[in-house]
Design a protein. Structure first.
Length: 55
């Protein structure tokens, strides 16, 4: 029983230490890029403008 309590406290202290070292990230820090990863590129989708001229 004593060994189980010791292991539990050791695990708890390690988890606490890791959480303090990593810190909390805000929404601004998570969204570093200017556009989402799944936004289409300028050349993806849609027809070229020359195909739709004169219609």
């Amino acid at each position: 029983m004593k060994r189980l309590l010791h292991n539990f406290l050791a695990s708890l202290s390690i988890l606490t230490l890791v959480s303090f070292l990593t810190g909390c990230r805000t929404e601004d820090e998570l969204n570093v890029g200017g556009r989402p990863w799944n936004t289409p590129k300028s050349w993806e989708g849609g027809l070229p403008s020359s195909m739709t001229e004169g219609r």
